[in-house]
Each structure stands twice: as C-alpha cells, then as structure tokens.
Design a protein around this ligand. Structure first.
Ligand code: FPP
Length: 260
C-alpha cells in the first residue's frame, strides 16, 4: 500500500460520482458502472480499516436520484443494494464494520428496508469502522425532519425553545452520534464543485477534495492521495493563519519585554 500520512481524518464522506461515465467509456451499459462502483466500495472500505479511519459516510442514493432516474436504473441499484447487504452482512460483522443507514427509510422498498434494518442490528456492536450509507438521503429533508422533531418536543412541553442550541439540532439529524466531518471527497467531479444536497449541516468546516477520477477507478492509491492532500492543509476553523498567529505572539512578546 502507498504510504499514508500520519495526520488522518476521523470522518470521511464520499460522493461516489462517475459510474455512468465509467461504463460509457468502457462501452458498457450504465448498470455495469454501478456494479463496478459497488465493488470499489469494498476497496475503499478496506483501506479505511487498514489505516484506522473510524468513520466513512457514502452517498449511495439521493432522494433526487430516486425521483429522477429511470425506474430500471433504480430497480438495478435497489437489487444491488439488497444483494450487497445480504451477501456481505456476515463479512461486515467479521471485519468489525458497524453499518448505519442515513436517509428516509419508510419510502424505500420493503425488502430493502428489511435488509437495512437487519444489517444495522447485526453490526450494532462492531467497533472497527462505522460505514454510514446515505440512501434516499437529502440534506434539506434531513434538516426539515430535525426541525419538525424539535418543534414536536416544544409543543409537547418537553423542550424549552431557549434551550435549543447547535447540539440539540445535531441530535435530531440522521447523523446523530457520528463525529464531525473532516473531509468530503467528490469523484468524477470534472470541475463541478457542487455538494448535491449532501450533509449540508455537517460540512461546516470539512475540507473538500474534488477529483476527476471516476468512482470505479478511485482505488487505494487515489484514496491515499486524497488523504495526503488533507494532511497538508492547515485547518483554521475561522481562526488566523499560523504565520499570522506566530507574528502576533512575537509582537505581544516584544511589547511585554518593553514594558517590563
Ligand atoms: C453516481 O454515478 C452514482 C450513483 C448515483 C450511485 C452510487 C451507488 C453505488 C456505488 C452503490 C453503493 C451501494 C451500496 C452497496 C451501499 P452516476 O450514475 O451519476 O455517474 P455519471 O455522473 O457518470 O452518470
């Protein structure tokens, strides 16, 4: 494996874009791109385990994908998802991968709902890696659902509006319990720096990494390159650049010595 940097993100999210273009370039039907995409998920997940990255969130299907893609493509993805969950459940347990679904469960086909629930239950005590899969996910809906749940608590007298803070909003998001997002990767980006209704609240101070590499080709090397890029960044969270901080410390120090 290529050498990974020492400073690693604790939570990585990926918009796995480019399956369709990958298939077209190979002269294959679109669904073959999704098949290759599902396979690549295994590679990147294993990479997270090997490196010790504790949380990976993947954008498998947005609410908009479900509404706007041809029925046959959605059916293929749903079948692929059910097969993945059925066939990989035991492997997830053996590898210590806790599976978590984020998104609206009740609008998915019953069979998929069942597989998602069974996989979450079977892997609930796993602690090596958390794999959060966004399926029928949309960030606007996630925030709207959180607002509705909070409003209900206020109405029932269980919550004082004055006590609502950022923490209480986070507790009502689908991602409740996951750590802060450090790095968002978008594959197949082709200079399209959009976030496509993904994790809008959680993106907060996450670093963004865009690559033209299509998802089925985004293997171990490419993932480690994204991690290296992340490790080189100085994260300021709205604060000052480190040179600026140093020079302010110098000025403060010389002012102190002049006055003493
Ligand atoms: C984007 O490529 C990809 C998707 C909409 C689906 C991604 C889903 C998976 C890889 C399945 C993961 C599922 C599991 C097992 C949890 P695109 O079709 O938009 O590509 P294009 O932009 O090149 O057309």
């Amino acid at each position: 494996m290529a050498k990974a940097p020492e400073k690693l993100p604790g939570h990585v999210a990926i918009i796995m874009d480019g399956n369709g273009r990958w298939a077209r370039r190979q002269g294959l039907p679109r669904n073959e791109g999704h098949r290759a995409g599902i396979e690549n998920l295994g590679t990147v997940t294993q990479c997270c385990i090997d490196l010790g990255i504790p949380v990976l969130t993947i954008y498998a299907l947005s609410t908009e994908n479900l509404q706007r893609r041809p029925r046959s493509e959605i059916q293929f993805l749903m079948r692929g998802l059910s097969r993945f969950l059925r066939e990989k459940r035991q492997e997830l347990v053996e590898k210590g991968i806790r599976f978590k679904h984020i998104g609206r469960l009740d609008e998915l086909p019953r069979g998929v709902q069942r597989h998602l629930r069974l996989t979450e239950e079977a892997t609930a005590d796993c602690g090596t890696l958390t794999l959060a899969a966004a399926i029928n996910y949309g960030a606007h809906r996630e925030i709207t659902d959180a607002v509705r749940a909070i409003a209900r608590k206020v109405k029932d007298g269980d919550l004082d509006p004055e006590d609502i803070d950022e923490g209480s909003v986070e507790e009502h998001l689908y991602t409740d319990g996951l750590p802060a997002l450090d790095l968002l990767i978008r594959t197949g980006a082709e200079k399209r720096g959009r976030v496509s209704n993904f994790l809008l609240w959680q993106l907060y101070y996450a670093e963004l990494y865009l690559t033209d590499v299509l998802w089925p080709d985004f293997g171990q090397e490419e993932f480690i390159e994204a991690l290296r890029d992340f490790a080189r960044r100085e994260r300021r969270f709205g604060g000052l650049h480190k040179d600026e901080r140093k020079s302010r410390r110098r000025v403060a120090g010389s002012q102190r010595s002049k006055s003493s």
